[in-house]
Design a protein around this ligand. Sequence first.
Ligand code: NFS
Ligand code: SF4
Length: 658
Amino acid sequence: MAEKRTIDPAVIEILEKAEAEGISTAFDRAETTRPCPIGHDGNCCKHCFMGPCRLTGKTTVGICGATLETIQARNLARSIAAGAAAHSDHGRDMAHTLIAAAIGEAPDYRIKDEKKLRGVAKHLDVETEGRTKEEIAIEVGKKALAEFGRQEGELLYVRRAPPKRQELWRKLGITPRGIDREIVETLHRTHAGTDQDPEHILIHSLRTALGDGWGGSMLSTDISDILFGTPVPVAARSNFGILREDSVNVVVHGHEPTLSEMIVVAAGDPELNEYAKSKGAKGINLVGICCTANEILMRQGIPVIGNFLSQELAIVTGAIDAMVVDIQCVMQGIQAASEHFHTKIITTSPKAMITGATHIEFDEHRALEIAKQIIKAAIDNFPNRKKEKVHIPDVVDHLVAGFSHEYIAYMQGGVYRESFRPLNDAVIQGRIRGGAGVVGCNNPRVPQDDAHIEIVKELIRNDVLVLTTGCNAIACAKQGLLTPEVMDYAGPGLREICQTIGVPPVLHVGSCVDNSRILTILTQMVTEGGLGDDISDLPAVGIAPEWMSEKALSIGTYFVASGVYTIFGIGSPVAGSEEITRMISQGWEEKVGGKLEFEPDWRKIVEKALAHIDAKRAALKLEEYSPTRYTRSTAYFPGDYTSVEEFKQGSYTRSLIS
Ligand code: NFS
Ligand code: SF4
C-alpha cells in the first residue's frame, strides 16, 4: 500500500508507522477526500453570492450569464495572481530586510555579497561610484520596494530579458507596470461583472505572472544573494536518516531565508550547544523541508529531510523536537500530527499562524535573539521526547547543490573568461540536446517523487541538461541524482560535457523563487549567441511533474510568457473547457512563443519535451541530434535499468564496465 504512495523508501517506512499508530497524513486524506469533479475541472464559480454557480449538464451559464469559458479564465487568472502574490510578498520582505540591515536596524544581518549588490544596483539604475555598500544597499532596497508599488512605466528588470522579447511584450501590451498593480488588476478584472472576455482575462495573466518572474521572484533571489551570499557548489546530505536520536532535532520549514539563516547561526552557538548537553542531548541537529531548506542548503549545506509530502511524516518519526515554520506550503496537518508526539510546532511569521501551535514572532530587528529563543524552546522540549515512540529510517543520500547562474557562468571559464560559450557550443553540436527546467511540488494524487525522478532520469539519458528547483530538486537529492556519479547515466554527449566542466547533469539552482535564475540562464544563452535571438528559439522546456500550488501556476505562466513550452503533470485546472485549453496552449504559443499544457502521463511529458527540443533544434538549423554520435564506448552508454535502486546505485553501468 505505502509503496503505491511514494517511491521514497524512508517515507514508506514512516507511512507504515503512521498507519500503525493511527495518525492521519495527507496521503490518507487524499484517498478519503476525492476531488469535487466540478471544481476539479474549473467548472464552478464562487465569485459572487448569487452563486456558487456550477456549470454542469443543462446549466451552461452562471446566474449573471457568465459563460463556462469566462468562469474558467477567471478561476485560472485568480490562481496565477495568488501565486504571483505569494512569491512577490516574499520578495518585498527581503527588500525590507536589506534596508534594515544597511541602516543598522537589523544588526544581525550584513551585506555578504558586495559584488552581487553592485550588479543588482546597475540593473536598478542605482549609482555605485564612490558610495559605501550600505549607501548602495539602502537605495537598492528602496528601488526594489518601488517596483512592487510602481504605478506606471515598466518594471526595471524587464530590461534583463532579450531585446526581442521585451519588444514582443511591449507590442502585446503585457510588460508589467508594477508587481502589485498587476495582481490587484487581476482581482479587479475577475470580480463579478468586470472583465468577461476570457482571452482578455488570460492575456492579463501573462502580465501578472511576468511581474512575478521578472519582478518579485527575481528581486527576491537577488536580495537573498546580497544578504546571504550567492550560492556556489556545496556538498550535503538528504532524507530522514539525517535525523539524530542523540541530538535536539530542529526542522525549519517554509520559504524565507531570513529566519532560517539566523537559526543556522543559533544552532551553532556554543552556549546553546552546552545547554543542549545539559538536557542530555549531544548537540543541535538542524535540518530543512521545502524551500526554506533549499535556501539554506544552497548557501550553507544544511541537510534537507524531504519535500512537501514529507512534512507530516517528519513528525511521525517522533524525533523532532521543534518544527519551525514561516510561510507557504506548510500543511495545517502538521499541528494534528504533532499532538501525537512531543513535537512543538513554532509559527514565526506575522502573516501565518496555526491554531494550537506556539507562535514566536520573528522580527528582523532582533533576529538572532529570536532565533536563539526558538532553539532554546526546542532544547527545552528534548527531554519530553519518548524514546519508544522514535523511529528514524536509515536512509541518507548525498548531493551537490549551489548552482547559481553566476556559478554556472564561472564554471565555464573561470573568473576571467566566464561565459556560456561551452554550453552553447555543446548544444549547437548536439552533445547536449537541449535544456529542461524541472521544478515544482509533490501532490498526493500521484505517487510521491515518481514522476519527478522518472522524468529527470529520462531527460539526462537523452542528453538533456536538467536545471532543478523546489521540491523536484529535493526529490532528486533524495534519489542521489544531484551527484557527479549520476553522469554515468547521462547520455554520452551530456556526460562528456559534465565531465569536462565538472558538474552533475542535474543542477540544483535553488528554491522556487529561484526559478528566476532559470530565466537569467536562458537569457544568458540567448546573449551568448548561436541559438537564436529570443528565449523562444532555444531548445528548452519547463516541466512541473507533480504540481499542486498556485505558485507553480504563476511560474509556469511566466515561463510561457518568456517563450518556454511548459508542461505540467497531474491534470488540468481548466479541463472543463476545450476552448480555454486551446487558448493557453496554441493561443498563447501564437502570441508569445511558449505554451502551457497539462499531461498526467510522465512518459508523454518526456516525449513531448524531446519532440519540442528537436523541433527547436531543427528550426535553428542545428545538427540533428543523434544519441550515438558521441558514444565512445558501450561501457558509458546508459542502458535500461529495472529499478530506481539500480539506477541510483549504478549497478547497471558497473556491471557493464566490470
Ligand atoms: Ni514551490 Fe517551494 Fe515545494 Fe511546490 Fe511548495 S515548497 S515554493 S510550491 S510544494 S515546489
Ligand atoms: Fe455565478 Fe456569475 Fe456570481 Fe460567478 S459571478 S457565482 S457565475 S452569478
